[in-house]
Design a binder for this molecule. Structure first.
Ligand SMILES: [Zn+2]
Length: 153
């Protein structure tokens, strides 16, 4: 009988879900940002794709448009506010055009790890997730090296 997976995490690094299906083995963690804004958290998924025989490490995070500057100052007049808004719209239009013709724009997302235990839990979650996926799919490993050494990224 298969034993249920028990993660050791539960505070700033939280185990979210785990599954092992005929097509993939996955384990999910939520890594909390120390600034406590939930929108900064990172979801990390270890996914072992059984058809491709590859272990993927996927990060999911809300990222923001990095040129979304629209500072509002106490002494701003209505004209200042309108100029700021037009500036934001102009930058969005320029980058939307760049995205259309080049396929990329610069975006960013902040994430804060400030205490040592939080960092260690992040590292330990990486090890726990890796071990879970690889223990469920042992034929892929020979002497701790992947049989098909090339990554698919
Ligand atoms: Zn944050």
């Amino acid at each position: 009988m298969e034993t249920e997976f028990k993660s050791k995490f539960g505070t700033k690094v939280a185990h979210v879900d785990t599954w092992d299906t005929p097509s993939d083995t996955s384990v999910w963690y939520n890594i909390m940002c120390d600034c406590t804004d939930d929108s900064h958290d990172i979801s990390v998924e270890f996914e072992y794709d059984k058809d491709a025989n590859m272990l993927f490490l996927n990060f999911y995070k809300q990222i923001n448009y990095s040129k979304e500057f629209n500072y509002v100052f106490e002494n701003d007049t209505l004209i200042d506010s309108i100029k700021n808004k037009i500036g934001v719209i102009w930058r969005r239009l320029k980058d939307a055009t760049k995205l259309l013709f080049t396929g990329y724009i610069e975006m960013s997302g902040d994430f804060v790890l400030k205490d040592k235990q939080h960092i260690q839990d992040f590292i330990d979650a990486m090890v726990e997730g890796r071990d879970f996926c690889l223990e469920k799919n042992p034929p892929v490993l020979i002497n701790d090296e992947l049989v098909d050494g090339e990554a698919g990224c």
